[in-house]
Design a protein around this ligand. Structure first.
Ligand SMILES: [Zn+2]
Length: 348
């Protein structure tokens, strides 16, 4: 996926145009925080914004001037992007002689203090021809305590010409001292029709169920599609789970399994209270035996969510979560629950 605007000045996601305009009007702010409650293109917006700051034309970000292209290719001398090592791996940004490859260490998910210090040192060198430097820190939520503290002074008194953009899913969890030094720009979720059209462009045809499961985030829905999840598979989960069958969850990473089951627990509680489900279609859900077993199951899922990198055998943990979840329905074997979906995986 392209980051920033392309040769024709188009954003990778149409719903970023409004918050980009808002951010560009904050001409005196030297540090901005782009935030949304869910993954919503914050990074792509940060790249487009930093493109605009460095763009050589009046139509910033134009996408086609030398600076815009260099930002897109990450070769602009006055542009710097700092992301956790785990993201550098995911983005395929490692050079052949990258120290991370040599060390063999597990890539960090945090923005480390060494990374922030190196970026600050870079920012203190004199700016290029236009007198502007742009620093992107993504995601700001990944700043560990030491790294956030190292950044404070620079946010307070940035070197001349430096502009900083941070992204976040959860600004309330950032250090208050950091939060108070940045101007916030919210990135609103796309309208449903806009999200569905964008998902179709990305090759996701039956996007409605995916979008509902993703809480309205098209970016998250696309991530799910990339993990092999589709509408049919989602539809199969509730009835299978009620039978103690986890086939529709097979092959998914543990955090995703926990996420899907937490949403099922949420919906089952809504159904038990005669309310509408939010994530799974109502026709796929049957009434659980009661609220109490659901609360116990949800607590178990929340514990698993907090320890999603534990060393236990993930498959065994998923089996236990499925078995305990089935107790919330406690359906005798062979009985039919709601509308049974189709499993994509015959192995159980
Ligand atoms: Zn340009």
């Amino acid at each position: 996926m392209p980051v920033g605007v392309d040769d024709d000045g188009r954003l990778p996601m149409p719903w970023l145009a409004e918050p980009l305009g808002q951010a560009l009007r904050l001409t005196t702010a030297h540090a901005l925080l782009l935030h949304a409650g869910l993954p919503n293109g914050q990074f792509e917006l940060a790249m487009a914004l930093s493109q605009a700051w460095l763009c050589e034309t009046d139509a910033a970000p134009c996408g086609r001037c030398k600076a815009c292209r260099q930002v897109r290719q990450r070769t602009h001398p006055d542009h710097r992007v700092v992301v956790p090592d785990a993201l550098r791996v995911a983005f395929d940004w490692l050079s052949e002689d990258d120290p991370l490859l040599r060390s063999g260490a597990k890539p960090s998910r945090e923005l480390r203090v060494e990374q922030v210090r190196a970026a600050i040192e870079w920012s203190q060198r004199s700016a290029g021809a236009r007198g502007v430097r742009a620093l992107v820190l993504h995601p700001g939520d990944a700043l560990n305590h030491a790294a956030a503290n190292a950044l404070l002074k620079t946010l307070e008194e940035p070197p001349g010409g430096l502009r900083i953009v941070l992204t976040s899913h959860d600004p309330e969890r950032l250090l208050p001292t950091l939060r108070s030094r940045v101007q916030r720009v919210r990135v609103p979720l796309p309208q449903r029709e806009v999200a569905l059209a964008w998902l179709r462009q990305q090759g996701v045809e039956e996007g409605a169920a995916m979008l509902a499961m993703a809480g309205g985030s098209a970016v998250e829905a696309l991530a799910m599609a990339g993990e092999g999840i589709d509408a049919q598979r989602l539809a199969a989960i509730p009835a299978q789970l009620a039978r103690g069958d986890g086939a529709a969850l097979a092959g998914l990473a543990l955090p995703r399994v926990v996420d899907l089951l937490l949403k099922l627990a949420h919906d089952a509680m809504a159904v038990a209270a005669a309310g509408p489900p939010r994530f799974y279609g109502a026709r796929h859900l049957s009434r659980p035996i009661g609220i109490e077993p659901l609360q116990r199951w949800r607590d178990e899922l929340l514990r698993a969510a907090r320890h999603d990198e534990h060393p236990w055998n993930a498959a065994l943990l998923v089996d236990a979560l499925v078995t305990n979840g089935a107790r919330c329905w406690s359906v005798p074997q062979g009985a039919t629950v709601g509308r049974a979906g189709h499993s994509l995986h015959s192995s159980g």
